[in-house]
Design a protein around this ligand. Sequence first.
Ligand SMILES: Cc1ncc(COP(=O)(O)O)c(C=O)c1O
Length: 386
Amino acid sequence: MFSRRLPPHTETNALTLALDRLRAAGAAIVDLTESNPTRVGIRYPEGLLGPLADDRALRYEPHPLGAPPARAAVAEDQRRRGAQAEPQHVVLAASSSEAYSWLFKLLCDPGDRVLVPRPSYPLFEHLTRLEGVCAETYGLDYHGRWTIDLDSVAAAPAGTRAIVVVSPNNPTGSFVTADEIARLAELCRARGWAVVGDEVFADYVLEADGALTDIASRSDVLSFTLAGLSKTVGLPQLKLGWIIVGGPAAQRDAALKALELIADSFLSVSTPVQAAAPHLLRAGATVRAAIQDRTVRNLHALRAAARRFPACDVLRVEGGWSAVIRVPSTRSEEQLVIELLERERVLVHPGYFFDFPREAYLVLSLLPPDAVFADAVARVLRRAGE
Ligand SMILES: Cc1ncc(COP(=O)(O)O)c(C=O)c1O
């Protein structure tokens, strides 16, 4: 009855069943998969949402690409990060996820392919499929730091239209380097691909050399840089994301025109959030600082705890909100995470959730409150490292 854009019905996995059982029995579980910043005790400044009630929002004046002051505020915020952006190259969407769907509509015919990193964020599978597009993976390899396996990029099949570069990547926390960007741009030029640069976590640097790709400033490759309020000021519920379009002027301007038509078909960004955007982007700096402080402390706590468990290796993480631990593969990842849940009452993600090519990895969110995190991490390491 339904289209093949939806995933085939699959059985509920053993981890979800175990979690449902424990929750139904009222068990208290420490959730180290929490990625929602509004649920981890971060302080938001009083009155932060006040401008959402501005009377200017009583008037509906749709602008498909976004209201000019909001687009200007996004461009200014991008410059704060040290990248280039002009307001007329900014496109507003309800979220980065929606921005992806618009870009796949823009760049791909049904059945075309988009390259996505592996390991990475599992939503790509759905976001591509829902647009009738195939996600093909390219590899990220770890040898003290994560790097792009450029051979796997070059081996992309015919019908590829774009490459998605996530910097820093979720969950590996790896930034794409300037050298990698230059090599990818060369391939993109030769093959006629566009680059989609996902920089939603770019504000959260955990190693000093993590840097923006600033891909939009390149004039040799059509590019789309994504970010949004969800991560940059910890407000996923406001639903405001954006695309910064860059590249050769004629291609860039044609892409903006086509995106205007796509955006005009939905007009999905609310007027109140656009009116409030300049204020939110300025005032949200304190939220960003609080989240950054939390992730830095939790990462230190994790590294300190891991020193007592040499069999567990906390991988280098350059940015973002999560950490990856390589653990002994004495049992499958699934057995281990279920054991952690049932015996330690701690929920963590197994590596396979992010499509790590081999076992055994655990992925932990760095967002939970410090005290909860330190205690839960000690239990995870003890059981995983035994
Ligand atoms: C790498 C990455 N890109 C995009 C998103 C989606 O963000 P948004 O809330 O703006 O849709 C996420 C969400 O976690 C993410 O991890």
